[in-house]
Design a protein around this ligand. Structure first.
Ligand SMILES: C=CC1=C(C)c2cc3[nH]c(cc4nc(cc5[nH]c(cc1n2)c(C)c5CCC(=O)O)C(CCC(=O)O)=C4C)c(C)c3C=C
Ligand SMILES: [Fe+2]
Length: 413
């Protein structure tokens, strides 16, 4: 992952707290000299933010934030449909509003008419990422600009998709290390959709909070596995080529952008939890405790798919998830997986409605998600414990420069 995050120098949202917040703080300590001193201190010199709160990710840049940004603890995925009659001009105005607000919120600044939900907090690594779904282009009158890569994903045998929670004209991924900061952004952006776009679906997810483990670690999913180890790394020679559309790519407005495949994948946790540890590890091909491949070594040791044990059996079984999903088994197909776990209570049958909001980033879904999912669909031991319940594909344009908005080259090009 990149190191694009930096502690923010600004505490502008906290300064905006102003006298109302200070009066509240004073109320807590009213009644003596110490109280007067505390209220003065609260107004003029707020305590420094923790590094978690102070960390800001830049909104402007070559890439949109939220793709190579280290995973945050809280995520919201929102899909919108354009309202009837909303045309290209209205869509452009919406993207301009959304981009301005995203920039302010990511810097820890309060937008006009602020709801106050995130008062006191710093930017907390907030990222906001915007994408366009296949159905956007016809409605906005820019059909000729629709990328070929946005062709509908093929059907997969294991699909049990809910159309109401799939697809969408516009997509926003919001993520932050503070739950209130993330919800604050969601509320601000949803209010700004106003009459131009209506919410189609929303999914809420989470990851480990920074600082929860003794040292920084790859996150775990709800099956208890360390998940994300063998992701392409920004330092890899072919990282840019695999994840981002090349500068001379087609269509021109997508150069430097990426494609996000979003799948809501429910885990059959009751069945999974009944498997022995040995069986669980065989299904994945890695140790549960530390994520080390069953072919030996530690978490980061390269997987040896041809390694055999003393009995001549493959160390990583033929249908183990890491074998079937590996680039070596899929003519080099690779994607950057950047998921959130989710838990939406319990189903009528008593099973947890929980799993993974799987988000895969790639330069071309036909060279990333599609071939790998086809292979998994046919013979992956892990798939027996998964249900793909919703699916979407979005074109995520490159980042924008100060004064511009995301998608400007599409909507004004
Ligand atoms: C189509 C792509 C993939 C889907 C869908 C998918 C679902 C899924 N995966 C896990 C858990 C793990 N996946 C791991 C590795 C891994 N998974 C994919 C692809 C999909 N996974 C790839 C390309 C890889 C890397 C393979 C390799 O090159 O070694 C792992 C191992 C640790 C890691 O490398 O991240 C785990 C664990 C779940 C739970 C899941 C659906 C809910
Ligand atoms: Fe996987």
């Amino acid at each position: 992952m990149t190191t694009e995050q930096a502690p923010s120098s600004g505490i502008s949202r906290r300064r905006l707290l102003g006298s109302a917040g200070a009066a509240g703080a004073a109320g807590l300590v009213a009644g003596g000299a110490a109280g007067a001193y505390a209220s003065e201190a609260t107004r003029d010199a707020p305590a420094p933010l923790s590094s978690l709160g102070a960390t800001a990710v830049p909104f402007h840049g070559r890439r949109q934030p939220g793709i190579t940004t280290p995973l945050q603890a809280h995520g919201h995925l929102l899909a919108f449909d354009l309202a009837p009659g909303a045309n290209r001009k209205a869509a452009a105005a919406l993207l301009r509003r959304w981009s301005r607000t995203a920039k302010e919120l990511m810097a820890g600044e309060a937008p006009p008419d602020d709801t106050g939900i995130a008062l006191d907090a710093g930017p907390s690594s907030l990222t906001v990422t915007f994408g366009f779904g296949r159905t956007f282009f016809g409605k906005a009158g820019v059909e000729d600009q629709r990328p070929e890569a946005l062709a509908p994903l093929p059907d997969f045998v294991s699909d049990a998709l809910d159309p109401k929670r799939s697809n969408g004209d516009l997509w926003i991924q919001i993520a932050a290390d503070d739950a209130l900061v993330a919800f604050h952004a969601l509320r601000a952006l949803q209010r700004e959709a106003a009459d131009t776009a209506r919410l189609r679906w929303q999914m809420n997810g989470f990851n480990r909070s920074p600082g929860a483990t003794g040292r920084p670690m790859t996150t775990r999913n709800l099956m208890g596995q360390i998940d994300g180890t063998n992701n392409p790394k920004p330092a890899d020679d072919d990282f840019e080529r695999r994840i981002f559309v090349p500068e001379r790519g087609e269509p021109a407005w997508m150069a430097g952008g990426s494609y996000a495949v979003v799948r809501r994948i429910r885990m059959l946790l009751d069945s999974w939890d009944h498997l022995s540890l040995e069986r669980q590890e065989k299904v994945v091909g890695r140790r549960k405790s530390d994520g080390a491949p069953l072919s030996g070594g530690t978490e980061t040791t390269p997987v040896q798919l041809d390694k055999v044990d003393k009995n001549g059996a493959l160390a990583i079984a033929g249908a183990a998830h890491v074998r079937v999903a590996a680039p070596a088994s899929n003519q080099g197909a690779a994607m950057l997986r950047r998921p959130f776990s989710y838990h939406d209570g319990f189903r009528d049958d008593g099973a947890p409605d929980a799993g993974l909001l799987f988000i895969a980033w790639q330069a071309d879904p036909m060279k990333g998600f599609v071939p790998v999912q086809r292979k998994l669909d046919l013979g992956d031991d892990l798939s027996r414990f998964l249900r793909h319940e919703a699916s979407a594909l979005f074109a995520v344009p490159p980042g924008c420069a100060p004064g511009e908005y995301v998608g400007q080259a599409l909507l004004e090009g």
